[in-house]
Design a binder for this molecule. Structure first.
Ligand SMILES: Nc1c(C(=O)O)ncn1[C@@H]1O[C@H](COP(=O)(O)O)[C@@H](O)[C@H]1O
Length: 163
């Protein structure tokens, strides 16, 4: 088995089938020059990998975890139950309930275990990457300046006219 990958931001997902959504989390990270790693980790299908990952991440250089899962989406909450790191969650748009099942599974955490849940689907994944960058910028003034410039570019790209 390949070793678990760790980077400043580590993005995990319950299945390879989540990658088409979760790849969007990498876009703001790439644009802002933040290193990230990706892996498939499932609370249901690979429980031991989940425990290994969540218990080692904070000692392995990771500062923020992004976790995407669909359907019965226990992955983000289980990681948050084990790891001291902030966990940003992405509810994957599921086949049968268009992501409502994923959203409710993820968002309704019991008191004492916190998960930062984003919107369902690709925009949620994108914003998860952005949120991770903003968290890292709290202790990195240079990154904060890059974020400010990035936001100004985004604003400039929104045309004022409707045609
Ligand atoms: N929600 C979870 C977990 C988990 O929470 O640990 N592990 C896999 N899955 C989800 O099952 C869905 C279907 O997976 P498959 O496409 O592999 O059948 C995926 O969206 C995955 O996130």
């Amino acid at each position: 088995m390949k070793p678990l990958p760790f980077e400043k931001v580590t993005i995990v997902m319950g299945s390879r089938s989540d990658w088409s959504t979760m790849s969007n989390a990498t876009r703001p990270l790439e644009e802002l020059g933040i290193s990230f790693a990706t892996a498939v980790v499932s609370a249901h299908r690979t429980p031991q990998r989940l425990v290994d990952f969540a218990s080692r991440a904070h000692e392995s250089g990771t500062r923020v975890i992004i976790a995407g899962a669909g359907g019965s989406a226990h992955l983000p909450g289980m990681i948050a139950a084990i790891s001291p790191l902030p966990v940003i969650a992405v509810p994957i748009e599921s086949r049968f309930m268009t992501g409502m099942d994923s959203l409710l599974s993820i968002v309704q955490m019991p008191r004492g275990v916190a998960v930062a849940t984003q919107a369902v689907g690709v925009s949620g994944a994108y914003n998860a990457g952005l949120m991770a960058a903003q968290m890292l910028s709290l202790c990195d003034d240079e990154l904060q300046q890059r974020l400010i410039a990035w936001r100004e570019r985004q604003t400039e790209q929104v045309p004022i006219t409707v045609e």
